[in-house]
Design a protein around this ligand. Structure first.
Ligand SMILES: [Fe+2]
Length: 301
């Protein structure tokens, strides 16, 4: 069967295809992108397992390119374990051990073990193997038809990358994803300021269309989407500020759950992620002298 006949595979432009993930690409899935040419390259492995197998059997995927080491982007990498694996140069060796990976996502060994049970195992996440190659900022990955520039875009995660395909003007912003949740920086590596800087940098690239990992392809000028994504950093900050009221501890703010609104499927993991996102915003609010902290309580100045 020709992979192009599959209704979940959509041509974006010449030699580039969107491989649509289940649940419209929402976590714990992510869309993949296929670059066809002398070599066939798949960007990220967070889509349906059978779909990846079907493409591989139809045309042969030569290379799996990983944008960053989040579970929804590496989830089906094992299907292509016999193919060339390319990882960012910044991806730490903790990705080679599932418990270490868990610790990296949530900060401590004990929390990491819970991540393995609550997310790692149920989603079938396996530790990555040593890659066949690493890419770094500015490097061009070519396959005869596409020239894919790797753009390091930290903030979401230290090893988070966007990509720009020069021949078609297609920008892949991966988890600068235009979702209604807004920017996500819930791991210990998550940082607001580098994240904002990354968004501002990639939105200046002279693209013709923008592909994200969790939304449909956006044709044309996406400035409005980027601006809305940037504005969401301040919306999140204001949500924390609003809940501080006459004074709150970090624990109390985490229990209020201003971002997840207590709707994540595992409450402990939600609290680990949300705690970090709240701390990042508290740090920014203290820096801007909007709030202060006294004996563990935060209050508006
Ligand atoms: Fe991510």
């Amino acid at each position: 069967m020709n992979f192009r006949d599959n209704r979940n595979i959509e041509q974006v432009c010449e030699n580039i295809y969107l491989v649509t993930a289940p649940q419209r690409g929402q976590f714990p899935y992510c869309h993949s992108f296929l670059f066809t040419g002398d070599e066939n390259i798949l960007l990220d492995a967070g889509t349906d397992e059978n779909l990846v197998k079907e493409i591989d059997e139809s045309i042969g995927i030569d290379t799996l390119l990983i944008s960053h080491s989040h579970p929804d982007h590496i989830r089906r990498w094992c299907v292509l374990s016999h193919r060339r694996l390319l990882l960012p140069v910044e991806t730490p060796d903790t990705v080679f051990n599932i418990e270490e990976l868990g610790r990296r996502y949530v900060g401590t060994r004990e929390r990491g073990l819970h991540w393995v049970e609550a997310i790692g195992k149920p989603l079938g996440i396996e530790a990555l193997r040593e890659p066949d190659g690493r890419f770094s900022n500015g490097e061009i990955i070519e396959n005869g038809t596409c020239r894919i520039e790797a753009i390091h875009a930290p903030g979401h995660l230290d090893d988070h990358y966007c990509f720009f395909e020069h021949n078609t003007g297609t920008l892949f912003t991966t988890d600068i994803d235009f979702t209604s949740f807004g920017p996500w920086y819930g791991n210990p590596e998550g940082r607001i300021d580098p994240f904002i800087e990354s968004v501002r940098r990639v939105m200046k690239i002279p693209y013709k269309r923008v592909c994200t990992s969790h939304k449909p392809v956006f044709e044309g000028d996406a400035t409005g989407r980027f601006d809305a994504f940037l504005a969401a950093f301040y919306r999140q900050r204001n949500e924390v500020l609003l809940h501080i009221g006459v004074g709150k501890t970090l624990r109390e703010l985490v229990e209020i759950s201003p971002f997840y609104r207590n709707r994540f499927f595992d409450i402990k993991i939600q609290q680990y992620f949300e705690e970090h996102m709240i701390e990042e915003n508290l740090r920014a609010l203290i820096h801007d002298e909007i709030i202060g902290e006294y004996q563990g309580r935060y209050f508006v100045i």
